[in-house]
Design a protein around this ligand. Sequence first.
Ligand SMILES: O=C([C@H](O)CO)[C@H](O)[C@H](O)COP(=O)(O)O
Length: 208
Amino acid sequence: MKIQLALDRLTEEKAFEVTAEAVDYIDWIEIGTGVIKEYGVQIVSEMKARYPHKVIVADMKTCDAGKHETEQALKGGADITTVMAFAADQTITDALAVAEKYGKRVMIDLLGVIKKADVKHVEALGAELVSLHFGKDMQKKGQMERSAFDLLRETPQLHVAVAGGINEKTLPGVVKHQPETVIIGSAITGSKAPGKMAARFQRMVKET
Ligand SMILES: O=C([C@H](O)CO)[C@H](O)[C@H](O)COP(=O)(O)O
């Protein structure tokens, strides 16, 4: 199981500082949506230049202009870019076509999706990687339900990442479902010792 470090709500300086501390214990580095909005795709390029051997995820959360935004992210150095599942079919297929051209990937963000049929639909469009996502604002009023994974029951071929308030307490419940990737943001970036915290998550993932 891989760990994707989500760099959200951080200054550029802090994002690189946290990454430097945590990088040995994580697999994928995500440049969060807000960080991209603040600094542009340039920060994705800088992260790739700094860590060429790491998979860089640009959390673009594209919901329109799929071709253009996917080009921006992947040409900018991302290995994976995110597109919202609720986007138009054309947005998703355009993004997937660009990713194929570059030999890279699109992660379809299932934020807000509640029907298995919608997951089947994005799979039918060609998606192979999705993220089960309990959003930041949703986290203000609760946490990911244990039943969240039911959404993926009819699409077992999909590669799955899981995100949304994952911390030391909730990680075991997530790991039980054996997603390929756990996306962890604030539990690492908000820690006083991000490196130690990332190492702890790595141990937990390996042991469970
Ligand atoms: O995608 C995310 C969110 O929508 C903010 O852009 C986060 O990367 C994801 O939720 C992981 O962060 P934490 O919830 O802080 O672990």
